[in-house]
Design a protein around this ligand. Structure first.
Ligand SMILES: Cc1cc2nc3c(=O)[nH]c(=O)nc-3n(C[C@H](O)[C@H](O)[C@H](O)COP(=O)(O)O)c2cc1C
Length: 158
């Protein structure tokens, strides 16, 4: 097995209400670990699923060189719980950051792209550019291909 940049510690930080985003995160985790790196899934949890949101668990970003933020699209935007979480995290300086979102509808312009821009904006406030991102359109026939593309994109730069 070939390793490019030595052993990387990746944190896959996931908000998932109904399991779609988590299932993509698990595929990614498996691929990263198979390649000889160390990936860990950490869950963001909310106390409530309506506003005002409160976080029950908010994983630390500090232990990781590479971080993948993963969230569903809600109401044509980034899920509010993820938005709140990103506003609370500590600095992302010198970290390699990726993100993906899942959405039910077939087209990324129905919320997915907007959600990715929101993640990019939030990360910028924490001093990081997003190095790669993707949308998974859950009801699209391209879904598995989109998942593979996201996994490959992240893997290829580790
Ligand atoms: C409150 C709410 C709002 C949603 N809004 C959208 C939306 O605007 N566009 C869309 O494509 N899907 C929307 N969805 C569907 C989810 O984005 C989609 O099912 C996603 O894959 C769920 O991820 P999860 O299973 O990880 O929670 C919405 C779901 C919920 C619960």
């Amino acid at each position: 097995m070939q390793e490019s940049g030595g052993n990387m510690k990746a944190g896959i930080i996931v908000y998932s209400q109904t399991g779609n985003t988590m299932s993509v995160a698990q595929k990614l985790e498996e691929a990263i670990n198979k390649a000889g790196h160390e990936a860990t899934i950490l869950r963001i949890e909310a106390l409530n699923e309506t506003a005002p949101y409160q976080l029950k668990s908010a994983p630390e970003v500090a232990p990781f060189d590479t971080i993948v933020f993963a969230s569903p699209v809600q109401a044509f935007s980034l899920a509010p719980v993820m938005k709140l979480y990103l506003s609370r995290i500590s600095s992302l300086t010198d970290k390699k950051v990726y993100c993906f979102v899942t959405q039910q509808l077939k087209k990324a312009w129905l919320g997915g792209n907007h959600a990715l821009r929101q993640v990019a904006q939030a990360c910028k406030l924490k001093d990081a550019e997003v190095a790669g991102s993707g949308v998974v359109n859950w009801s699209s026939e391209l879904r598995e291909k989109q998942i593979d593309e996201i996994v490959n994109k992240i893997m290829s730069s580790m």
